[in-house]
Design a protein around this ligand. Structure first.
Ligand code: ASP
Length: 477
């Protein structure tokens, strides 16, 4: 799943909690990369990552520098390539990919190369620094001419961005190549934890390019798009940060998708698990891998807005720091089918469920939920997965399970209401179901795991927006 942030807010959130870093308590301090030791409330080291819009031009670079200099604890800075200055503007990474595309097709890439050159030279000139961009651009054009790899070309946006930022801040440039390692599958390779920490000086500010590292063959390899978030989390863990700040152009994550719930409020705090649950249920979110290095090391994350640095933003924290509120957010999506299998005395037949799920597994269909009755078993599956395999699955189920009937119902929407605060709090479910019934939304399926982290309801696809709004309003005034 691509995309950050979760439910990007277009409006500045209300001032829910004071933007003091000392309010992030308690935090964890690490003795080495990844080792977890609860120490005190202090935040000693902050790693920050700035996204493309935060670096779109020289004025944005100045804002970033101001944020970094405002707090001496901000010692590690990871940057994206310059992004859009306005809606129609291309992102540097997209232009670089078109450079590769042109050269691969034996077309002339020089126009795209000029666009990149002008963008970076302009930033360099306007910042009044010399980061050696012109010479590096000449080398770049020659290397492209000689048939450079796609990933190396795509990575140069972050590379130049970091060189400029390091020069502007008077900071140390830490090259990600040879320090950040990626597995063949494009995930973080364990070697990173032995290589990167030693490259970061123990004092002063360091700047590292995001988005890329080195693959198992020693070549430059990029993460998937938006992957500087991952690099930021890696750097946070490598430096033993107490906080990972992810600076972007929105003031935090919202409690619901604003396309479906237009007045969705910002989240003050959300736990790693709540976020994962919301992402699974349809919210476009941080790269899962971007959360992982921080989650493993217990480093809280704060989403902030470079253009409104004093807005509180959203904190993403370990489970034991969950906020005391009934829900963190609500997410939902359409596109599920229900497979309903009826058989009298099914409950007495050992292995029935295993056989049903076995058939799905054989045909590569994974299941989401499986609420069952005495004589019936329901399996909720992703329609996309199921479309191709449907005939074969139904035939095999008929043969293997010998049911009385099998029905497939399409266009179900699943809505997940998520929050640690649900556990041990009576009344959450009744509020939720009353809201749905008041809005005339019929509930087809109900699921609440023992962890009481979420309640998932299945409703008719056409009722998704109505259901989301009803639930949201039941919990947020
Ligand atoms: N510049 C890369 C992209 O546009 C990576 C990033 O910004 O995170 O996807």
């Amino acid at each position: 799943m691509k995309g950050f942030p979760l439910f990007p807010g277009s409006v500045a959130p209300r001032n829910i909690f004071p933007p003091r870093l000392s309010s992030l308590s308690p935090v964890f301090a690490r003795l080495g990369p990844g080792s977890l030791h609860r120490r005190s409330n202090a935040v000693d080291i902050i790693a920050c990552k700035f996204g493309g819009t935060s670096l779109a031009d020289a004025a944005q670079f100045r804002k970033v520098a101001e944020i970094v200099r405002a707090d001496p604890r901000r010692r590690m800075v990871v940057v994206s390539a310059p992004g859009k200055r306005h809606k129609q503007d291309p992102k540097i990474t997209d232009i670089l990919l078109s450079v590769h595309d042109a050269s691969r097709r034996n077309m002339d890439p020089s126009q795209a190369i000029s666009l990149v050159r002008e963008r970076f030279l302009e930033i360099e000139a306007q910042l009044g620094i010399d980061a050696g961009i012109a010479a590096s651009m000449d080398d770049f054009a020659a290397t492209v001419q000689a048939g450079a790899d796609r990933d190396w070309i795509a990575s140069r946006g972050e590379h130049w961005s970091a060189r400029l930022m390091a020069a502007f801040l008077g900071a140390t440039f830490v090259e990600a190549e040879g320090a950040v390692f990626l597995t063949a599958a494009g995930l973080v390779d364990e070697r990173t934890w032995s290589e990167l920490p030693g490259r970061i000086p123990s004092t002063g500010i360091s700047v590292m390019p995001g988005f890329y590292g080195t693959d198992t063959h020693g070549k430059v390899k990029t993460f998937s798009r938006g992957g500087s978030d991952i690099s930021g989390a890696i750097a946070a863990r490598a430096i033993g940060a107490d906080l990972y700040e992810n600076w972007t152009d929105v003031s935090g994550l919202l409690m619901a998708d604003p396309r479906l719930v237009p007045d969705a409020a910002p989240m003050e705090v959300v736990t790693y698990r709540e976020l994962r649950e919301l992402a699974y249920s349809g919210a476009s979110v941080f790269h899962e891998e971007a959360i992982l290095p921080c989650k493993q090391a217990g480093i809280p994350i704060r989403i902030g807005n470079t253009n409104r640095p004093l807005d509180p933003g959203t904190r993403i924290v370990p489970e034991d720091q969950a906020a005391d509120r009934p829900i963190a957010g609500v997410a939902g999506r359409r596109g599920f089918s229900i497979l309903q299998i009826e058989k009298t005395l099914m409950n007495k037949e050992r292995g029935f469920g295993r056989r049903v799920l076995g058939v799905l597994e054989t045909h590569g269909v994974s299941y989401e939920l499986s609420p069952s009755g005495i004589d019936s078993m329901c399996v909720v599956i992703d329609q996309e997965d199921f479309d191709e395999a449907e005939d074969a699955v139904l035939q095999e189920l008929a043969r293997v399970c010998e049911p009385e009937s099998i029905e497939v119902e399409r266009d179900l929407a699943l809505i997940a209401t998520v929050g640690h605060g649900m556990s041990h709090r009576p009344g959450v479910a009744s509020r939720l179901f009353k809201a749905l019934s008041d809005s005339q939304v019929n509930v087809r399926i109900i699921d609440q795991g023992a962890s009481e982290l979420s309640i998932i309801v299945g409703v008719d696809g056409n009722d998704l927006q109505k259901g989301l709004n009803a639930i949201y309003r039941a919990f947020v005034n």
